[in-house]
Design a protein around this ligand. Structure first.
Ligand code: KIV
Ligand code: NA
Length: 277
């Protein structure tokens, strides 16, 4: 199977082949995502919420993103692995942006970075692209700005904000982004953006007209993430299955049913007698 590259994604958009993207945060989730055939794995800063227990993505650091990126890239070869630039990073000086993005690639093994924001991150996008760092953009609901936005709310419902999103998608394409994530926007708007730009538009809560879809691993597998947004479809009850396995384990340890004969190592015959003989 061939490695997914920017060229693969361009071809998929051109041929109307939908792109399947999912987040992953560690070695086993990356292995499974690859085995399932996903095209893009995102080491999302959503890891702050779903695996580190923070209440937003704001506290997530570059060191944490690196740590998880290393685990993911050890587990997946074929999919394009993209890592989020954490909170604030894209707004630092050009040198600092390049240093952070560069570390995610050189040390982490990511093959691209994702940057949240529109107009205000264009220069960061340009700097990365000029340095050979592929950039995936992310507009609409941008969770790093949750405190500014006042919550996880649908974006682009009104004329002005819809216009702004279309404009930003075009600007990001011009700045060299190879794809754009559109989060939580009305279906018709997302579809028209996907038809307007020539780079793939990957939707999350953005309807059926996008060139691809992305969901958070722990949401779609219902794995310990608590309640998920309404745009999430639950594809398996992983948390439930893990919980019932753990409950059986605890029960069997308490009752003595585990370990049983097949899980123990017997001593050679005669040894026990001679041990205390
Ligand atoms: O961090 C993340 O998981 C994301 C996706 C939801 C797009 O940014
Ligand atoms: Na993110």
């Amino acid at each position: 199977e061939k490695t997914v590259t920017l060229r693969t994604l361009r071809r998929m958009k051109k041929e109307g082949e939908r792109i399947a993207m999912v987040t992953a945060y560690d070695y086993p989730s990356a292995r499974l995502a690859e085995e399932a055939g996903t095209d893009i794995i995102l080491v999302g800063d959503s890891l702050g919420m779903v695996v580190l227990g923070y209440d937003s993505t704001v506290p997530v650091t570059l060191e944490e993103m690196l740590h998880h990126t290393k685990a993911v890239t050890r587990g997946a070869r074929r999919p394009l692995v993209v890592t989020d630039l954490p909170f604030l990073t894209a707004h630092l000086s050009k040198d600092d942006v390049l240093r952070a993005a560069g570390r995610l690639m050189q040390e982490g093994g990511a093959r691209a970075v994702k940057i949240e924001g529109g107009e205000e991150v264009l220069s960061a996008v340009r700097s990365c692209v000029a340095a050979g760092i592929p950039v995936m953009a992310h507009i609409g609901l941008t969770p790093q700005s949750v405190h500014q936005l006042g919550g996880y709310l649908i974006q682009g419902r009104e004329l002005e904000s819809a216009r702004r999103l279309i404009h930003e998608a075009k600007q990001l394409e011009e700045a060299g982004a190879f794809a754009v994530v559109l989060e939580c926007v009305p279906e018709e708007l997302a579809e028209s953006i996907a038809q307007t730009v020539s780079i793939p538009v990957i939707g999350i809560g953005a309807g059926r007209g996008c060139d691809g879809q992305v969901l958070v691993y722990h949401d779609l597998l219902q794995y310990g993430a608590g309640s998920s947004p309404s745009f999430v479809k639950v594809f398996s009850q992983t948390g439930q299955s893990a919980l019932s396995g753990l409950q059986s384990y605890v029960e069997e340890v308490r009752s003595g049913a585990f370990p049983s004969e097949e899980h123990v190592f017997p001593l050679k015959s005669g040894v026990l007698e001679r041990l205390y003989g």
